[in-house]
Design a protein around this ligand. Structure first.
Ligand code: CUA
Length: 368
């Protein structure tokens, strides 16, 4: 007896297709929500592109349905039928009116969309109105450095900003003179606060951000920049202006020098002199008030413990992780110090040295 296996197989295949579609659709839609969604704008510079995305998406959806509808209609209407004699349907070549219509209509749509698009681009990059806070952003492999020229503050990974204040980012990638092998392009993107802007060595690019509510806004480097590109995150801490003033006051206070004879004092000595190995102070800065602060190759550590995360904002900043980092940085974040001097070197520290350095770093807290 012969059975026809086809109906069963077809329904199985259909069930699989439906399951796969649901999984794919939910994965795709899950990208539309959450901490890093451009569809959940939290300030005017994110609202503008959002208000452009929605109508453009609607127009695109209408065009999509129209074009796909016509294709499906043609496929169904002109399909081969059982009683066909094998001859082709009537072939049409050239229709001037139709061709003019389908050229002019998209051109008009694009021209209409172009006006708010170009306007929006200039709003994202141009000098904003009102009291503006300037923050210089320097993209390094693989972390973001922030400098506040009004206050002479250097920090890394986490940027503090006051709410309801336009913040103008003046961005560049690590200067070629400062670190010759770090000239790669990064991209600064915090979707809830603004559009995306490239961060280019030897050039200054601009991006305006503003947060309407105090919150933590997350972002990441959005341009492939090498090994730890995926470990190059951005955290923006938006706070009430009074809290921001307090933050500025803490950050502009010089770091405390630990008392002589303490473990932290030993750590401070090692920070400056690691007995022939490359000392921390070669690349990092702990500003003790003696001179102006200056840009460094590595993150400024003056008020390290005022930050919640480190290493490109991928690790929580606590004693245990800090110790693990000093012991073997590459195991916490892949870098290439041994290959081309990028990132944090393995300093071959003894247990005693680790204890002392960690004790010292933990004192670097403006609130302590
Ligand atoms: Cu920096 Cu990707």
């Amino acid at each position: 007896m012969r059975e026809n296996p086809r109906p069963q197989r077809t329904s199985l295949r259909r069930a699989r297709t439906i399951t796969a579609s649901v999984v794919l659709a939910s994965l795709a839609l899950s990208a539309c929500a959450g901490d890093q969604s451009a569809l959940d704008p939290a300030g005017p510079f994110a609202q503008a592109p959002h208000d452009l995305i929605i109508p453009v998406a609607i127009i695109a959806a209408v065009v999509f349905v129209l074009v796909q509808g016509l294709i499906i209609f043609s496929v169904v209407k002109f399909r081969t039928r059982r009683d066909d004699d094998g001859s082709l349907p009537v072939q049409t070549h050239g229709n001037t009116r139709l061709e003019i219509v389908w050229t002019v209509v998209p051109a008009v749509i694009l021209a209409v969309i172009a006006v708010p698009t170009v306007q929006g681009i200039f709003e994202q990059m141009g000098e904003p109105d009102g009291d503006v806070l300037t923050v210089e952003v320097i993209g390094h492999r693989w972390w973001f450095e922030y400098y506040y020229p009004d206050y002479d503050i250097y920090t890394a990974n986490e940027m503090a900003i006051p709410t309801d204040t336009p913040v103008r980012l003046e961005m560049t990638a690590a200067d070629l003179a400062r670190s010759p092998d770090q000239g790669v392009i990064h991209s600064f993107w915090v979707p809830r606060l603004a559009g995306k802007q490239d961060v280019v060595p030897g050039q200054t690019t601009y991006l305006n951000i503003e947060a309407s509510e105090p919150d933590r806004y997350l972002g990441m480097c959005a341009e492939y920049c090498g090994l730890s590109h995926a470990n190059m995150r951005i955290r923006i801490e938006a706070m009430e202006p009074a809290d921001f003033d307090a933050w500025v006051e803490g950050q502009t206070t010089p770091a405390d020098v630990p008392d002589d004879g303490t473990l932290a004092a030993d750590g401070r000595a090692l920070y400056h002199d690691l007995d022939g190995r490359q000392a921390c102070a070669t690349c990092h800065q702990v500003w003790e008030g003696e001179a102006d602060r200056a840009p460094q190759q590595g993150p400024d550590l003056t008020h390290l413990m005022s930050r919640e995360e480190f290493a490109g904002a991928i690790h929580e900043l606590d004693e245990e992780t800090l110790r693990a980092w000093l012991e073997d940085p590459n195991s916490l974040k892949p870098m290439q110090y041994e290959v081309n001097g990028i990132g944090m070197p393995d300093l071959d520290l003894t247990d005693e040295e680790l204890d002392a350095l960690v004790a010292y770093l933990l004192t670097l807290d403006p609130d302590a």
